[in-house]
Design a protein around this ligand. Structure first.
Ligand SMILES: [Zn+2]
Ligand SMILES: [Zn+2]
Length: 266
């Protein structure tokens, strides 16, 4: 197979968690980064270990302006020339941190756009940022859905995340661990609020409504290092999949320090 050939869609989680988030979706011909919340060199190294042809990198989409999603954008775009796609409000809030970059394209939640043959659909999510978005990326009848950093799962989110073969969902905190954990009460309240983050239980309730026979991959993302354990998130997701009779879903835990292997969509 030549470098230009379109392969099946695949996804790798380069980093996930409150220290930094970055995901790559590729079909071999067109590759799209979602967020760059870790250093540019970490991203470039991960892409090289994944043997991604950097000439296929066509876009970096930014979900919102929190540091754990934008930290590496300036250095990465200045190094690779990759164009940035984000909403006007997200850009207004993040441009001082990102600094000068050549190519910024504004997108709007609810309005799909195309990068080569990949159709991207941004949708609004409730979070304490200016204009946060979740995304679906679709090509060749395969769809990846990504939604982290959301206080609760709205009807819109549930509707948008239906029918995805791969889902990257936030499993941020375990409620008991958060409540008895080290954070101050105002921060605990912020995390649990309707503009905060999803707990393991919240994520499972969402999953229960959208799980289907053709869901192949579930990525447990944005797991808090202080208020959750990967084992707990995994256990709750596993239980839910088993209860719903979907034992074949491949589960991956997003790691803050190490990129995942490629997850292929059949
Ligand atoms: Zn975040
Ligand atoms: Zn956030």
């Amino acid at each position: 197979m030549t470098h230009s050939a379109v392969q099946c869609m695949k996804i790798s989680i380069i980093a996930s968690g409150s220290k930094g988030n970055c995901t790559i979706v590729s079909d071999g011909q067109c590759s799209i980064l979602i967020d760059a919340g870790v250093s540019a060199s970490r991203i470039v190294n991960a892409l090289s270990e994944l043997e991604l042809d950097v000439s296929t990198l066509k876009a970096l989409i930014v979900t919102h302006e929190h540091t754990d999603h934008i930290r590496g954008i300036g250095p990465l775009t200045r190094r690779t020339g990759i164009p940035v796609f984000c909403t006007q409000e997200t850009w207004a809030r993040s441009k001082n941190i990102i600094g000068t970059i050549d190519k910024v394209f504004h997108i709007e939640s609810g309005i799909s756009f195309q990068i080569e043959h990949i159709t991207i659909h941004p949708f609004s999510i409730p979070h304490d940022a200016e204009d946060p978005i979740g995304l679906t990326l679709e090509a060749n009848g395969r769809k990846v859905g990504l939604a982290t950093d959301m206080g609760y799962a709205t009807q819109l989110i549930k509707q948008k995340l239906k029918d995805c073969q791969a889902l990257l969902l936030e499993f941020n905190y375990n409620r008991d661990m958060l409540i008895s954990g080290p954070y101050t009460w105002p921060i605990k309240q912020r995390i649990m609020s309707k503009k905060g983050h999803l707990s393991n239980d919240d994520a499972c309730s969402l999953l229960e409504e959208i799980i289907h026979d053709d869901l192949q991959h579930l990525v447990l993302a944005h797991i808090s290092e202080n208020n959750n354990l990967p084992e707990l998130a995994l256990l709750s997701a596993q239980d839910l999949c088993n209860q719903c009779g979907h034992r074949d879903v491949h589960l991956t835990v997003g790691n803050p320090y190490k990129h995942s292997p490629w997850l292929y969509l059949k």
